[in-house]
Design a protein around this ligand. Structure first.
Ligand SMILES: [Zn+2]
Length: 162
């Protein structure tokens, strides 16, 4: 697994310049590898890591998709305003959604994965590529926060506690 992880990091670093955000209508490629759907605008490292995980999940018969990956600042600002309305205060909203300056979705460093079975598989196997669930209250939210093949850092209760 460490070999795979090193390859991921190598490929990602080699290809960073050409992996800038683009519409998700056509598959992006890195060194001829078709990235998984939903990866447009993510950092190359996250896009490659998720693509490799997605391929293994699919091969194992596990459904998986990205519900929400890269978000624009405007999209995140809209979600933030809606969160304040839904949860009644900024303090409570922060447990579920962050303003644009703080969201890792805006920087292309986070993915929300579905369905539940796919997220469960990724929680159990994602560290092979460095992918980890980061919040106790969001079973769907993953980030590239571990050295591939090692172990995930301890989760925090929610986004407000980061
Ligand atoms: Zn998320």
């Amino acid at each position: 697994m460490l070999v795979i992880g090193a390859a991921v990091l190598l490929i990602a670093s080699l290809c960073a310049p050409q992996a800038a955000a683009s519409p998700d209508t056509a598959r992006q490629h890195l060194l001829g590898v078709a990235l998984a759907p939903g990866t447009a605008g993510l950092t190359p490292q996250l896009g490659v890591a998720y693509t490799l995980a997605y391929r293994d999940a699919r091969a194992a018969g596990v459904p998986m998709y990205v519900n929400s990956g890269k978000r624009s600042r405007a999209e995140q600002a809209s979600l933030w305003r809606q969160g304040i309305r839904d949860y009644g205060s900024a303090a409570e909203a922060r447990r579920w959604v962050l303003p644009p300056d703080e969201s890792t979705h805006v920087t292309g460093q986070a993915i929300d994965v579905g369905p539940r079975a796919g997220a469960a598989w990724l929680q159990a196997n994602g560290v092979r590529w460095g992918l980890c669930r980061t919040f106790d209250n969001e079973w769907w939210h993953f980030e590239l926060v571990a050295v591939p093949g090692t172990h995930c850092p301890r989760r925090v209760p929610d986004a407000s506690r980061r």
